[in-house]
Design a protein around this ligand. Structure first.
Ligand SMILES: Cc1cc2nc3c(=O)[nH]c(=O)nc-3n(C[C@H](O)[C@H](O)[C@H](O)COP(=O)(O)OP(=O)(O)OC[C@H]3O[C@@H](n4cnc5c(N)ncnc54)[C@H](O)[C@@H]3O)c2cc1C
Length: 296
């Protein structure tokens, strides 16, 4: 029944978390956030793709988006999911598409973040990031997930592409996919402790972290670390949150003078995303936002 729900009804639940269907909607939302002193990162929602024609279309959408956002002088950068560019179909095709998107952003002096997807993608996405970072050292970043047991080692392994002039830039999040216990921490405290361990290591090494969380407990612990290492408030780190989630905590962080970036998803596929998640679980809000990161 859920896919038959009227679009208007589903939108009532989705609109808090998704900017809308068009680039114009994303521009409008981003301008509102910018006016509040908040930076954005824009994500075009994409369905699970079955053929490389769709990957090509998705690339084109990003290229067009970048031109519009730069023309509109939005204070923001871009986030993308490599599976929408064919990562699991042909990783070379995916590399060429993502490279083209990064090259376009780089031509404006801007930056693209490669989202991290589920564990079959981890090695592939790290490899993709490494390749592109070598060519565009200042224009690409990656996401790392604190629930993955491998993450600290991954950070250490990527130190060969890190330098003071061109630091690696990692968004650190807890991780949103359901992963097996052999490879991922499951317990709330355990995940949070590893989040802080990863963040601590990044700050010690001069890695630029995007501290992506809505968890007040983690935000407080992050403040303590920033103070411990006396990290300057500009240019060395930022806080990140999803559009529509915990705006009160977001404002508190802003009021303390930290940089805040909001992840703004939009796209014509919002309805498919939202209805699939509503179908799975009645806790709609959480699941609509979770859907932003999931395929299929
Ligand atoms: C900017 C950003 C980018 C992200 N990118 C990725 C990525 O590339 N790959 C990936 O696997 N995950 C990504 N995530 C999701 C992340 O991994 C977590 O699943 C999600 O942020 C929830 O974890 P939390 O740190 O907020 O803590 P939690 O303990 O899960 O949440 C703390 C509190 O925040 C609120 N909250 C958290 N999430 C939501 C929500 N979706 N809707 C409503 N309320 C919520 C609730 O009040 C909750 O009690 C991203 C998150 C952010 C903020």
């Amino acid at each position: 029944m859920v896919p038959l729900m009227p679009k208007k009804l589903v939108w009532v639940f989705s609109k808090e978390y998704i900017a809308g269907e068009t680039t114009a909607d994303a521009v409008k939302t981003s301008k509102k956030l910018n006016a509040q002193g908040i930076k954005v990162t824009i994500d075009i929602l994409g369905e699970f793709i079955e053929d490389l024609k769709k990957a090509e279309e998705n690339k084109q959408e990003y290229l067009d988006l970048i031109d519009v956002f730069e023309k509109e002088k939005i204070d923001g950068n871009y986030s993308l999911k490599p599976t929408s560019f064919g990562l699991l179909i042909d990783k070379e095709v995916c590399y060429n598409h993502v490279r083209e998107v990064v090259a376009k952003a780089a031509s404006y002096g801007n930056f693209v973040r490669i989202d991290m997807e589920d564990s079959p993608c981890t090695d592939l996405e790290i490899e993709l990031f490494r390749r592109i970072k070598k060519e565009f050292p200042k224009n690409v970043g990656l996401v790392l997930q604190a629930y993955m047991k491998r993450t600290l080692q991954d950070i250490k392994n990527m130190e060969d592409i890190h330098s003071e002039e061109t630091p690696v830039n990692f968004r650190l999040c807890k991780g949103i996919y359901v992963e097996p216990a052999e490879i991922a921490y499951k317990d709330y405290d355990e995940i949070n402790d590893h989040y802080i361990e990863n963040l601590d290591y990044m700050l010690q090494k001069g890695i630029y972290p995007g501290i992506a969380t809505h968890d007040r407990n983690l935000v407080t612990r992050a403040f303590e670390l920033l103070e411990k290492y006396n990290v300057p408030k500009t240019g060395k780190y930022e806080f990140q949150m999803l559009y529509g989630v915990t705006p009160k905590l977001r404002q508190e962080i802003l009021d303390k003078g930290h940089t805040v970036r909001v992840y703004v998803p939009y796209g014509k596929d919002w309805f498919g995303y939202s209805t699939r998640r509503i179908k799975e679980n009645p806790r709609m809000a959480m699941h609509i936002t979770k859907a932003i990161f999931k395929r299929g």
